[in-house]
Design a protein around this ligand. Structure first.
Ligand code: IDP
Ligand code: MG
Length: 155
């Protein structure tokens, strides 16, 4: 199974839809392996958004991501990175498809409610950036046999 990072951004916290977002991942059949509330620092964000630091909108993005505490989640499942990105929708929430989190709840390219890791490699890096090892839990939900066939679980 893969574990991927989701952040409920300040736009999701301010909109008071954290529960709705968590619920969508739960209902899909993804496992919450870690979850906590934290304030993001400029140092952490410069690492996390290293690919964007030179972009003109970066100061606005920094301010936006530090506007309130965020909720970070380690979410686990078979192909979790791809599944979670699909549930999240494309970056610009105005273009995100209805049914996705961004498509259902957002109107902005920047204030787009959630972050989700974009590859298994980045997911591993991002989980380690936001969680210590003892904050990500390994447990077996009782519903697993209803969620997957045995060959999917052992792959
Ligand atoms: P992603 O969140 O869909 O992976 P990235 O390109 O990694 O998209 O960008 C990270 C975040 O930076 C976006 O979620 C969004 O909040 C912000 N962002 C990206 N592009 C723009 C832009 O053109 N204007 C304003 N904010 C942007
Ligand atoms: Mg990204």
């Amino acid at each position: 199974m893969q574990t991927t990072l989701v952040i409920i951004k300040p736009s999701g916290i301010q909109r008071e839809i954290a529960g709705e977002i968590i619920s969508r991942f739960e209902k899909k059949g993804l496992i919450i392996a870690g979850m906590k509330m934290m304030r993001l620092t400029e140092k952490l964000l410069r690492e996390h958004y290293a690919h964007l630091v030179e972009r003109p909108f970066f100061p606005l993005l920094l301010k936006s991501m530090m506007a309130t505490p965020v909720i970070v989640m380690a979410i686990k499942g078979v192909d979790a990175v791809e599944v979670v990105r699909a549930i999240t929708g494309v970056t610009n929430a105005r273009k995100a498809l209805p049914g996705t989190i961004r498509g259902d709840f957002g109107m902005s390219g920047q204030e787009n409610i959630v972050h989700a890791s974009d590859s298994p490699e980045n997911a591993a890096i991002e989980i380690a950036r936001f969680f210590s090892a003892d904050e990500v839990f390994d447990y077996t939900p009782l519903v697993l046999p209803a969620l997957y066939s045995p060959d999917e679980l052992n792959a």
